[in-house]
Write a protein that binds this ligand. Structure first.
Ligand SMILES: *[C@@H]1O[C@H](CO)[C@@H](O)[C@H](O)[C@H]1NC(C)=O
Ligand SMILES: *[C@@H]1O[C@H](CO)[C@@H](O)[C@H](O)[C@H]1NC(C)=O
Ligand SMILES: *[C@@H]1O[C@H](CO)[C@@H](O)[C@H](O)[C@H]1NC(C)=O
Ligand SMILES: *[C@@H]1O[C@H](CO)[C@@H](O)[C@H](O)[C@H]1NC(C)=O
Ligand SMILES: *[C@@H]1O[C@H](CO)[C@@H](O)[C@H](O)[C@H]1NC(C)=O
Ligand SMILES: *[C@@H]1O[C@H](CO)[C@@H](O)[C@H](O)[C@H]1NC(C)=O
Length: 853
């Protein structure tokens, strides 16, 4: 009984209350100044909160009289454009028969003047559906509120999202500009979505941009709200992680009338940091810029967060020198087809929201309406009257500039997200729905959480081709443009897109540095470092009490070096020598080893055919000795490759000299024997006894022995030894064999040259003499080749450095040995293998006789 009575009483009270709300009875009402707003009725409503004005007159509240009402200032053309983008999107959807047929979208929009209380009040009014906010009541029956789009300011979004949490169900809240990373926490803000990326991405990308340009000494300035503090903190973290340093961090005190500008600009001026990151919205930084202009700061380069990077507030003349060159991240721009015409058709007599429109009209055309209050803050006295015939198409301002739509595009997207979700809800077939018992939502009577279900899953493509969806945190894919502020010749500030970050692409970061206009005269990238880098050979030394980016340079000790990647410390210089590990060493060693098989194979061939006339006629034993020494000529070069040790240094030049001396001696002996053999054929010659083998052996022994004496002298006076050369190359230590007595090396080489020259001379005069196969001719060729290789070696070895000197010598050995092998043996091998018929006594004799003839 009591319960029933209670219920009846409650219903009775409610019945009484409803007319009270409608009549606006002063007794129950809390005094609240009304918000400026506009409403378009519809079957389903969307709430919109926009800062149409960016500021308010700062009034001190003294409490000895009724606190004055907030007076909004700075009517913002861009926000007004955003409002039109919202209107345009709603109109587009209502006119489209494919989306929500027979259902009209309506909206309720309020101006928050960038004041927190007004954003809150606006949210409550939208919830109530009534011009006067009544907490806990929705006074419009059968007109569901789909969602609230808005609050451009993160702090406001956070607070309103909390307040809306009071109502047992989540309210769908889509923001087009609140980027704070805090709002990504989907446990705290389950019904918060946004059409702009979270600042987590933005801060990282900003830090990346700074590092890309090598700015490691930067100043940071941030608004003292959630947006600024969170954002700048992440930038700082990223910078420090990358080894860069922060020169100073200052906060813009948003609730102070002066915003702390005086102090901030003083710090800025005193700091050596050239680059300054400002993480704030345009509303907060105007006083800072005014102060900078006042104090005449112009050499600083500003880096903008998306909050002000494309702000049209600063495009006027006073800021142009201060701000041109600014780089920053901006929301991705998009295009809305038909929007330009829509904007130009805005007119006080036909469009909604006449209050705002009048202010807009007056400011645009510098005129006044007869009945208007003094809202624009302009002096009305000398102004002409507005006729309503003014043409918006004939003027250019931030309102009808649609060259790069960013914030407006974001609002437009948000409306489409809501419409798309509603459409999905409407399109559900009963019995196949996503809710319990496979139910669907009822489009004319749905619960907000039902719409939320669809918003989470929204995935569609706008007419501009951009795909829209949310991740598990309610964030869209992170895409930013990189913009550069460039002053055009006409004095207007252009926000030129010079690159982008698109996390949906594999190559996320692209930038066209040549499209950036810096303000420095030489057009070079400005430098912002605390200490310049150390030159090669110096290392960084930290200064006590200074950040790591500020350091001194001290020279590296002897034998140590610093290089480009390793500048903070010195390390031993790398040691260079021709090793078996590197391609050059491997190539030379393998070609020498393989080449050494060639004389060896010829030796085997001669052994096999030793009874044939051609082998016999060319002095078999001398040929065998020559082939053996040639094999060693190739092999001795291997001693030049590898880590030079005491033994290899001692042996390599000596063995080279000895082996080649033996080789050339054999050829010399051969030449002399040819001459003697011819002379001996003359009648009554007493030279017969000179043609014996013992003579050639003596020649070989004597000429090789002379070289041997030279080598022994060298080794006993000053033997070669391994040495580290730190002087020739600044970046390397060259490990090489010091020849000890370089003159001895050149003597050795000269002696070889002498032997070769004698052979050449003798062979040259003997070239017409009849002998088997013109051996003298081939000897002439071989000696010529040998001499030319070693003559050209001299300048080459003097100009080469480090391991290339050694490589040059190996190459000379290879080339001269090949010259000897080819000239001396190729023709004989050809006859032995390919023309066996010529390898007969008759042929050999015939040839000899024909040569004599
Ligand atoms: C929309 O309304 C028209 C006229 O009232 C009706 O013929 C049509 O079937 C409706 N369409 C839908 C999808 O309800
Ligand atoms: C309008 O207000 C401004 C400043 O608030 C004032 O200077 C101006 O005289 C006012 N104009 C009129 C017509 O009241
Ligand atoms: C509506 O639902 C049907 C099937 O349930 C589907 O084929 C159609 O594409 C949906 N329409 C839209 C606009 O989502
Ligand atoms: C949807 O809700 C409206 C209003 O509450 C009601 O008239 C209608 O019958 C409902 N439709 C369905 C399919 O439940
Ligand atoms: C980079 O910018 C310059 C100057 O605006 C332009 O000429 C060039 O085509 C751009 N390069 C690319 C790859 O976009
Ligand atoms: C610099 O020296 C370090 C340490 O020896 C080495 O790892 C690095 O490759 C060197 N860098 C260059 C460019 O030589």
């Amino acid at each position: 009984m009591v319960v029933i009575l209670y219920k009846v009483t409650w219903h009775f009270i409610l019945l009484l209350l409803i007319p009270v709300f409608h009549s606006g009875d002063q007794r129950c009402r809390l005094p609240v100044t009304e918000l400026n707003g506009m409403t378009q009725p519809g079957d389903i409503m969307i709430g919109v909160l926009l800062p149409i004005h960016l500021g308010n007159v700062y009034q001190e509240i003294l409490f000895n009289e009724k606190p004055p009402r907030t007076r909004c200032t700075m009517f913002h053309f861009e926000s007004y454009q955003q409002l039109q983008a919202m209107t345009f999107a709603v109109e587009e959807i209502n006119e489209n028969p494919d989306i929500l047929p027979n259902i009209t979208l309506g909206f309720q929009a309020y101006d928050s003047c960038a004041v927190l209380q007004k954003d809150l009040q606006g949210a409550l009014q939208v919830l109530t559906g009534h011009d006067r906010a009544i907490p806990n009541y929705r006074c419009v029956n059968n007109v569901p509120l789909s969602s609230i789009i808005g609050s451009a300011i993160s702090t406001h979004s956070i607070l309103v999202a909390h307040i809306l949490g009071l109502y047992n169900y989540p309210q769908v809240w889509i923001s087009h500009l609140s980027t704070s990373a805090l709002l990504s926490d989907h446990r705290k803000f389950p019904s918060f979505f946004r059409t702009v990326p979270s600042d987590i991405f933005q801060s990282r990308r900003l830090a990346q941009l700074l590092l890309y340009f090598g700015w490691t000494w930067v100043g940071l300035i941030a608004a003292d709200n959630d947006y600024g503090q969170q954002g700048i903190h992440l930038v700082q973290q990223e910078l420090i992680r990358a080894g860069a340093c922060v020169a100073f961090t200052e906060n813009i005190l948003t609730s102070h009338p002066g915003r702390n500008a005086d102090h901030i600009v003083k710090v800025m001026k005193a700091s050596t940091a050239r680059v300054i990151v400002i993480y704030a919205t345009e509303i907060e930084i105007t006083p800072i810029f005014n102060e900078m202009v006042k104090q005449g700061i112009s050499e600083k380069l500003l880096v903008a967060s998306e909050g002000w990077s494309t702000s049209t507030l600063f495009s006027q003349g006073t800021f142009s020198t201060l701000l041109s060159g600014t780089v920053g991240l901006a929301l991705q721009s998009g295009t809305i087809s038909g929007f330009r015409d829509f904007l130009n058709m805005v007119h006080p007599s036909t469009s909604l929201g006449s209050d705002w429109l009048k202010i807009f009209w007056e400011l645009s055309f510098n005129c006044k309406f007869m009945d208007s209050e003094n809202q624009t803050g302009l002096s009305h006295i000398s102004m002409k009257d507005c006729t309503g015939l003014e043409d918006l198409g004939s003027i250019q301002n931030a309102f009808n500039d649609i060259s790069s739509l960013r914030n407006s595009y974001s609002v437009y997207t948000a409306v489409h997200v809501v419409a798309e979700a509603l459409e999905d809800l409407n399109n559900c077939t009963q019995g196949e729905g996503p809710f319990s018992k496979r139910f669907c939502g009822n489009i004319s009577n749905f619960a907000p959480w039902q719409l939320l279900h669809y918003i989470k899953k929204v995935r569609f493509t706008l007419s501009s081709g951009r795909e829209i969806y949310f991740d598990e945190n309610g964030d869209p894919p992170a895409i930013y443009d990189i913009v550069n502020w460039q002053l055009s010749s006409s004095g207007a500030m252009n926000y030129v897109k010079v690159g982008s970050y698109d996390m949906t692409l594999r190559q996320a970061f692209t930038i066209n540095t040549s499209a950036i206009k810096w303000t420095s005269k030489d057009q070079q990238v400005p430098v912002s470092v605390c200490s310049q880098g150390c030159p090669l050979g110096f290392r960084k030394a930290t200064i006590k009490g200074e950040p790591v980016c500020c350091f001194e340079c001290i020279p590296c000790p002897q034998g140590e070096i610093s290089n480009h990647t390793e500048k903070s410390r010195c390390f031993p210089k790398p040691i260079e020598y021709l090793s078996y590990e590197e391609p050059l060493g491997v190539m030379l060693a393998s070609s020498n080893a393989i080449s050494s098989l060639v004389p060896f194979t010829i030796l085997m061939l001669f052994k096999h055919f030793n009874s044939t006339p051609i082998v016999k006629a060319s002095n078999y034993s001398l040929s065998c000795l020559l082939l053996t020494s040639l094999t060693f000529c190739f092999l001795c070069s291997l001693a030049f490759i590898g880590y030079p040790q005491r033994e290899t240094c001692l042996l390599r030049q000596v063995s080279f000299g000895m082996v080649f001396a033996l080789c050339i001696s054999c050829i010399l002996a051969k030449t002399i024997m040819v001459v003697f053999a011819f002379m001996a054929t003359k009648p009554d010659s007493n030279l017969k006894k000179w043609t014996s083998h013992s003579v050639s052996r003596t020649i070989i022994f004597i000429s090789t022995f002379l070289q041997f004496i030279l080598c022994v002298t060298w080794l006993s006076i000053k033997p070669p030894f391994p040495e580290l050369d730190t002087k020739t190359e600044p970046k390397l230590i060259i490990l090489h064999c010091n020849e000890g007595l370089p003159i001895a090396f050149w003597c050795m080489l000269g002696y070889l040259g002498l032997l070769a020259s004698i052979s050449l001379t003798v062979a040259f005069f003997a070239r017409r003499l009849p002998d088997i196969f013109n051996e003298a001719k081939f000897i002439t060729f071989s000696m010529l080749a040998f001499l030319s290789v070693w003559v050209s070696y001299i300048p080459a070895s003097l100009s080469a450095q480090g391991k290339y000197t050694v490589a040059m010598e190996i190459f000379a050995i290879l080339a001269s040995s090949w010259a000897l092998v080819i000239c001396m043996f190729a023709p004989k091998c050809f006859i032995i293998l390919c023309r066996p018929n010529m390898n007969s006594k008759e042929q050999v004799m015939k040839k000899t006789i024909s040569t004599i003839d």
